[in-house]
Write a protein of this length. Structure first.
Length: 202
């Protein structure tokens, strides 16, 4: 079983790439770090003082993500997954029975925090979604207005801060780990990646 890590700034196409990989690769499981945001009282209080709190690692249930990953690696019969509603800012969990657990070949971990967890990234397949800032900003505006009920000024402010924080914390990861850089719409690089992954552990 291999862990694929997909990271990138907000709006860079991580979710699109994650879904494409999950659909292309047989026996794969997709985990989104966005589904593991905290909704406890402490994080709600902090959000009044730090408006960019949800772009910081403290905002997610890091240990719960690791528990989900470890449960899959251990091939347990059931695994706890989380979901986060951005409009109500409520987190929920559900127990999922994994069919053919023994046959899972890939765990796909996707999100802006995917490269900052307590994982051994020397043993993972690391993918960085590369896209220019303007395209990312426009995608973020469309998504947040439609799915999260935010006005455009709020979205732009949050995006600019998110962009700064993401790249501030990316340098060490890029220096120390082997990374595949691609755009979610780059079909040539994507097909090459799929071919390499399909031959993994065969």
């Amino acid at each position: 079983m291999k862990l694929i890590v997909i990271t990138g700034p907000s709006g860079s196409g991580k979710s699109v790439l994650g879904k494409k990989l999950a659909n292309s690769l047989d026996s794969s499981i997709l985990i989104k770090t966005d589904s593991y945001y905290r909704d406890d009282l402490i994080i709600k209080l902090l959000s009044f003082f730090l408006h960019d709190i949800y772009d910081r690692l403290i905002s997610i249930k890091e240990k719960k993500i690791l528990l989900t990953i470890n449960s899959l690696i251990k091939k347990e019969k059931t695994t706890i997954f989380y979901n986060y509603d951005f409009k109500s800012k409520k987190s929920s969990k559900h127990l999922r029975f994994i069919k053919s657990q023994k046959n899972i070949r890939f765990i796909i971990l996707e999100g802006i925090f995917a490269h900052r967890l307590e994982l051994n990234y020397n043993n993972t397949i690391n993918i960085l979604c590369d896209q220019n800032k303007e395209v990312c900003r426009n995608r973020r505006i469309r998504r947040d207005q439609l799915q999260r009920g935010r006005n455009i000024n709020e979205v732009i402010r949050k995006f600019n801060k998110s962009w700064y924080l993401y790249f501030k914390n990316l340098n060490n990861f890029k220096k120390q780990k082997k990374i595949i850089t691609l755009r979610s719409d780059d079909n040539i690089v994507y097909k090459k990646l799929i071919n390499n992954l399909e031959n993994y552990n065969k």
